[in-house]
Design a protein around this ligand. Structure first.
Ligand code: ATP
Length: 359
């Protein structure tokens, strides 16, 4: 934070609909600035498939430096199916940032906003308000780019370390405690496959040790297959869930589906010092440039950023500002806005305008 209490935010719009959803999110923060004591300085930086096409790099050194120095990082979405590395994988600076800054806790909230349709029968009445915490630096993704493929077989190695798992569980129990303090259940479920793989038995053992240090949080354990079935039958029974990277990759997309779609699901990748806030969705090339993208997930990601800044740096008023953004979004949906994403007629501009007005 600079001397005059201005929060410096690195802004990586990225590719596809990334910049389209970033613009309204910054407008929302400008509105917050106009109505609170909070002050922001936004610095744009290139990253993603377009940058790779132009320069041969997913992002320049200057972007990494900016991310290091900034108080927080906002990211739209990066990568395009048509732009690939020679080994045919997509350009993913968002994943590189996770490894570079050791952003081990991928926080993926799924809250069903009243007025938004869910495919789950009974969800309107029961509500859905859960968080998937996806370990984001190891697990099966530790093998990224290192897999071995021969003519007859392919191998990828999953890695679970004590160092990362212990930090991940501390983070998760703390988050459950903070939710409990806000009137939510404060329950944490470890999701694994400890009945089949030694690595997951090790993961669960460390979870059990952490649970002993946090007796006020109700600690649960579920196998990932059973958990998936429960999530689509009774998602309202879940509060905070913590899991390995690949399981979290899959289940967090599923929980985004439970609350109306990718355009509704915000996320944060959090480490001990740095954090990136971005929507769960990708660059959605099928709708880019048409004004159809739902900016809600990106806007809710700015609310998560404010909450993190409040918790991490004790920035006064930031947590309240985050809650105000969430309430404004809730109001807009209660008033009947319906994004094109789920069959309505409201595009990016309508939704952005409505949220700013509600603020
Ligand atoms: P990635 O691999 O980067 O996650 P993807 O193509 O698998 O990318 P998305 O880019 O998230 O996934 O898109 C999946 C589908 O969801 C697409 O049909 C897209 O149009 C839709 N979608 C994603 N985000 C939004 C949004 N914000 N508003 C409207 N539709 C969206």
């Amino acid at each position: 934070m600079s001397a005059n209490n201005t929060l410096h935010i690195a802004v990586l719009g990225g590719d596809g609909i990334g910049p389209e959803v970033m613009a309204p999110a910054l407008e929302v923060l400008r509105k917050i600035e106009a109505t609170t004591e909070l002050k922001f300085r936004f610095t744009d930086a290139p990253a993603g498939a377009n940058n790779y096409r132009e320069t041969g790099k997913s992002m320049p050194e200057s972007t990494v430096r900016l991310c290091d120095e900034a108080d927080a990082i906002l990211l739209g979405a990066c990568g395009l199916p048509s732009v690939r590395y020679p080994d045919n994988t997509e350009i993913m600076p968002q994943v590189e940032l996770r490894f570079h800054f050791d952003l081990y806790a991928g926080v993926r909230p799924a809250r069903l906003i009243p007025g938004v349709p869910s495919p789950i029968v009974g969800a309107d009445a029961r509500g859905i308000d859960l968080i998937v915490i996806r370990e984001s630096t190891e697990g099966l993704f530790a093998s990224m780019g290192k897999g071995v493929v021969t003519d007859s077989e392919a191998r990828e190695t999953l890695v679970i370390t004590r160092k990362t798992s212990e930090r991940l569980f501390e983070f998760s129990f703390r988050l459950a405690e903070r939710r409990k303090a806000r009137g939510k259940p404060g329950q944490l479920t470890c999701v694994d496959k400890a009945n089949v793989f030694k690595a997951f038995a090790f993961f669960r053992e460390m979870f059990d040790e952490a649970a002993k240090r946090h007796p006020e949080v109700k600690a649960d354990r579920l196998y990932v297959d059973a958990c998936s079935a429960l999530l689509v039958k009774r998602p309202w029974d879940f509060d905070v869930m913590v899991m390995e990277n690949m399981f979290g990759d899959i289940l967090s997309d599923m929980t985004a589906g439970l609350i109306g779609g990718m355009g509704m699901a915000p996320s944060a990748d959090i480490g001990d010092r740095h954090a990136v806030f971005q929507p769960c969705h990708g660059t959605a090339p099928d709708i880019m440039g048409q004004g159809k993208a739902n900016p809600t997930a990106m806007i809710l990601s700015t609310a998560m950023m404010l909450d993190w800044l409040a918790d991490k740096h004790g920035i006064e008023g930031a947590a309240e500002a985050g809650e105000r953004i969430e309430r404004a979004v809730d109001k807009v949906y209660a008033d009947g806005i319906k994004p094109m994403e789920f069959g309505g007629s409201n595009g990016t501009a309508d939704i952005a305008k409505a949220v700013i007005e509600a603020l």
